[in-house]
Design a protein around this ligand. Structure first.
Ligand code: MN3
Length: 222
């Protein structure tokens, strides 16, 4: 990955330090860990945010530091070797940052339905909101192994799309702008739902914040 593309990819939560490497930090949440219950337990939220997401941030920063050192030495072999770690941990950071922002407790706007232009676009593509939800849940449930389901906006086709990504590949690798992400790594649901991923994918809609999804759609289509 070219460094420039890498920087564009990793636009979330970035700050510049005196060193050549860029450092990222764990974003704070707009709600308490327990506030997404019963859809997502406080225990899952705490581990998911403070352990899993933190680890992606820590490993991303370490990889970028090594990358900057290798680049300064014109050590292209090391730069190439680091690209997998940058994609995985950078994707993990970008994906989780988007995910937390598109979740909210019911008391703070979670569990609503899309309105405005997004609501119209969803109805035009899937007939109605319930059909969209069941289609996205089914598509996301079918991810093999660890990955993500996304509602994305495809600028080439000027339309909405449901896409899935393996591991921590960001939605942008599909050519779509991410609007709504659902994490289906086992760490996102196993403590609450054990092996029944579809039950998690039913309950998650009660804490999706469509105001965030609408503003992402507006930004992508303007
Ligand atoms: Mn996760």
């Amino acid at each position: 990955m070219q460094k420039r593309a890498c920087l564009e990819l990793l636009s979330a939560g970035r700050s510049f330090s005196a060193a050549a490497a860029i450092s990222y930090s764990l974003p704070s949440l707009a709600f308490d860990y327990a506030e997404l219950e019963p859809s997502v337990s406080a225990r899952i939220m705490e581990i998911h945010h403070s352990k899993h997401h933190q680890t992606y941030v820590t490993n991303l920063n370490a990889s970028l530091e090594k990358y900057a050192a290798a680049e300064a030495k014109k050590d292209i072999a090391t730069c190439i070797a680091l690209q997998g770690a940058i994609k995985f941990n950078g994707g993990g950071h970008v994906n989780h940052t988007l995910f937390w922002e598109n979740l909210a407790p019911k008391s703070k706007g979670g569990g609503g339905s899309p309105s405005g232009e997004l609501g119209k676009a969803i109805d035009a593509k899937w007939g109605n909101f319930d059909n969209f939800k069941s289609t996205m849940s089914a598509t996301t449930a079918a991810v093999q192994g660890s990955g993500w389901g996304w509602l994305g906006y495809d600028p080439a086709e000027k339309g909405l799309k449901i896409v899935t990504c393996a591991n921590q590949d960001p939605c942008s690798t599909t050519g779509c702008v991410p609007l709504l992400g659902i994490d289906v790594w086992e760490h996102a649901y196993y403590l609450d739902y054990v092996n029944v991923r579809p039950d998690y994918l039913k309950a998650i809609w009660d804490v999706v914040d469509f105001k965030t999804v609408e503003s992402r759609f507006a930004a992508a289509t303007k």
